[in-house]
Design a protein around this ligand. Structure first.
Ligand code: SF4
Length: 242
């Protein structure tokens, strides 16, 4: 099933395209399992999970079986992170989060904010959210390749900040998509909104369907001076070059 624009899925049970049983990098300070939910309405060229963009008729991994596997990890992991794809596309997300909480796990969420209304529904069940911010608001559609995506992302960013849920805002940057001036303007805009924790992560080519982006060197990008200026705007700043 291909969902266009910001169309919502209507399936009852969470559709899962992948599971990482143990991760120390997807929820800061917590050992977590990561559930990769199928489907995303956006088409970022740098996406490294393009196989998760389309929702299939049936869930590749049955949610009840995943829940059973998670049950066996009680005491071994702290939390379950719902990632994707775009997990808020899935109408089964809220129920899945409740089931995970009932097992005693914390709940993490990775989202790009494509569905603010559904994000608002699940945020009370979330302990930590990592929210992608693609670009400055006027530059959004060039990255997502979907019109009007900035409006949804902006509404979601405001919801996260108003909720008080622990957060990390993060931006994947590539020299063909973001100049250093773009990055600085975005950082100023987020800081002004009230973002406290921000991460910049340099594009990595693993799994990327766009063959042009990996061919461009990212050595020395972004520069150390820019990183220092961005870092000064936030309580917590992380730079990742993986
Ligand atoms: S929003 Fe995330 S999952 Fe969706 S296409 Fe962009 S990078 Fe991929």
């Amino acid at each position: 099933m291909i969902l266009k624009g910001n169309e919502l899925a209507t399936d009852k049970e969470l559709k899962v395209g992948g599971l990482t049983p143990f991760s120390a990098t997807d929820y800061p300070g917590q050992l977590a399992a990561v559930v990769f939910v199928q489907g995303c309405p956006w088409r970022c060229g740098y996406c490294h999970n393009p196989h998760l963009q389309t929702r299939t008729g049936d869930s590749p991994l049955a949610w009840p079986r995943i829940l059973t596997r998670l049950q066996r990890r009680i005491g071994l992991i702290d939390a379950v992170v719902f990632s994707g794809g775009e997990p808020t596309i899935d109408p089964g997300l809220e129920a899945a989060m409740r089931e995970v909480r009932a097992l005693g796990f914390g709940v993490g969420l990775h989202t790009a904010g494509a569905y603010p209304r559904r994000l608002a529904e699940v945020l009370p069940l979330v302990d930590w959210v990592g929210i992608d911010v693609k670009a400055t608001w006027p530059g959004y559609d060039a990255i997502t390749r979907i019109s009007d995506s900035a409006r949804h992302a902006f509404a979601s960013a405001e919801l996260v900040l108003a909720s008080g849920v622990a957060h990390e805002f993060r931006t994947t940057v590539h020299p063909d998509l973001h100049t250093e001036q773009d990055i600085l303007a975005l950082a100023h805009s987020l800081s002004t909104m009230g973002v406290k924790h921000y991460a910049l992560q340099v594009f990595r080519g693993t799994g990327c369907a766009d063959k042009g982006l990996p061919s461009r060197s990212t050595a020395g990008y972004p520069g150390t001076e820019l990183l220092a200026r961005v870092s000064a705007l936030f309580t917590g700043f992380t730079f990742r070059r993986e």
